[in-house]
Design a protein around this ligand. Structure first.
Ligand code: PLP
Length: 395
């Protein structure tokens, strides 16, 4: 009868992973399920990067590194931040962790005190509220509606502001909506954050996956004041198809990085040495493979958006970045399919999985029940087949 941690007991399991697990189970039973749940590129890590990892192992570079990461990789990250984002940092401003999720965990743990509030946009990436709670903070979830392109504006921020507000999570390009903030919008948020003394946690993990004429701008590059208050989070998973290597990083003022490094030194220590060597190649090497991946993502996105908008009762915006489409199901709610009343996104997701054999993620996982999320990190053939099944089922 020993009591377990109240804090950890309050953390919800990831709904994304639950649906993925159910779809996997069905597949293992021989059922032909089309999966739109994927949160990772369906491409292999580019060969030059894999080779660099193998070389590191062959050369025996397999021991501990500095707990906060290799100096050579920190230098490569600084080179990347200058090249891609016009941001000047030095090694003391960088910490390398076991994926961007771990970077976020360290960052929130290093800035929050019990009861501090962190503003999070709905629809949000599933882990943000739980990560804030793990760091003893209070997630303040605010609606960023589709009419607002799923973005914050100053009215939304002012409504959420209290004397406990400590930080704002900004995720551009966004998972799940694919929205991207313009320079002008970032300028306004930057001004607001400086006036109100708010940290910005800028999760830029999808920065390389932007389509059409859209560009990614880091809020930290706007001016020195906002740079001091911003923790830039990025990583290798999405841009370089390196989800399993577990490398993410943070760039921030050296006082913050120092705390994050101390925390990491007593918890996980360094991220895997061979993954760090492979990441140096990713950041400094040829980016041809990324352009190739982007071409596929663009083609799939275009198909998916057009098809979803042609299905009665469904609609979606064309995402500007990342690899997800948020399909609006509000017109479908309240309707009945085969005697079953659709009253929530979770119910629809379960019906689609059980009866149409298509796995999607219910919007409720992201805080908004009027949507389902479909990932286009799967082949065009799968996308065509899966959307046909959804169309048939809804008909
Ligand atoms: N941030 C966002 C918005 C994500 O979607 C993800 C992965 O799904 C991550 C961070 C974490 O990525 P990783 O820990 O693999 O680097």
């Amino acid at each position: 009868n020993l009591k377990l941690s109240e804090k950890i007991s309050s953390i919800s399991p990831s709904v994304t992973l639950e649906i993925t697990a159910k779809a996997k189970q069905m597949k293992s039973e021989g059922i032909d399920v089309i999966g739109f749940g994927a949160g990772e590129p369906d491409f292999k890590t580019p060969e030059n990067i894999r080779k660099a990892g193998i070389e590191a192992i062959k050369e025996g570079k397999t021991g501990y590194t500095a707990a906060s990461g290799l100096k050579e990789l920190k230098d490569a990250i600084c080179y990347k931040l200058k090249r891609d984002n016009n941001l000047s940092y030095s090694a003391e401003n960088i910490i390398i962790s076991d994926g961007a999720k771990h970077s976020l965990f360290n960052a929130l743990s290093s800035i929050l005190n019990p009861g501090d509030e962190v503003i999070i946009p709905i629809p949000y990436w599933v882990s943000y509220p739980e990560l804030v709670k793990l760091a003893d903070g209070i997630p303040v979830e605010v609606n960023t509606p589709e009419e607002n392109d799923f973005k914050y504006d100053i009215d939304i921020l002012n409504n959420a502001l209290t004397n406990k507000t400590k930080a704002l999570i900004l995720n551009s390009p966004s998972n799940p909506t694919g929205t991207i903030y313009s320079k002008d919008e970032l300028e306004k948020i930057s001004k607001w954050a400086i006036e109100n003394n708010i940290f910005i946690i800028s999760d830029e993990i999808y920065e390389k996956l932007v389509y059409d004429n859209n560009t990614h701008i880091s809020i930290a590059q706007l001016n020195e004041d906002i740079k001091k208050q911003t923790i830039v989070i990025n990583g290798m998973s999405k841009a370089y198809a390196m989800t399993g290597w577990r490398i993410g990083y943070a760039a921030a003022h050296k006082d913050i990085i120092k705390l994050m490094s101390n925390l990491q030194s007593h918890s996980t220590s360094n991220p895997p040495s061979m993954s760090q060597y492979a990441s140096i190649e990713a950041l400094r090497g040829d980016e041809k493979a990324i352009h190739e991946m982007k071409k596929h993502f663009t083609e799939r996105r275009n198909y998916m958006v057009e098809k979803i908008n042609s299905i009665k009762y469904l609609s979606c915006k064309s995402p500007k970045g990342a690899f997800y489409v948020m399909a609006n199901i509000s017109k479908l709610k309240g309707k009945t399919i085969k005697g079953k009343n659709i009253d929530s996104s979770i119910q629809l997701a379960n019906m689609l999985l059980d009866e149409a054999h298509v796995a999607v993620v219910p919007g409720l996982a992201f805080g908004n029940d009027d949507y389902i999320r479909l990932s286009y990190a799967t082949s065009l053939d799968n996308i065509k087949e899966g959307l046909n099944r959804i169309e048939e089922y809804i008909k």
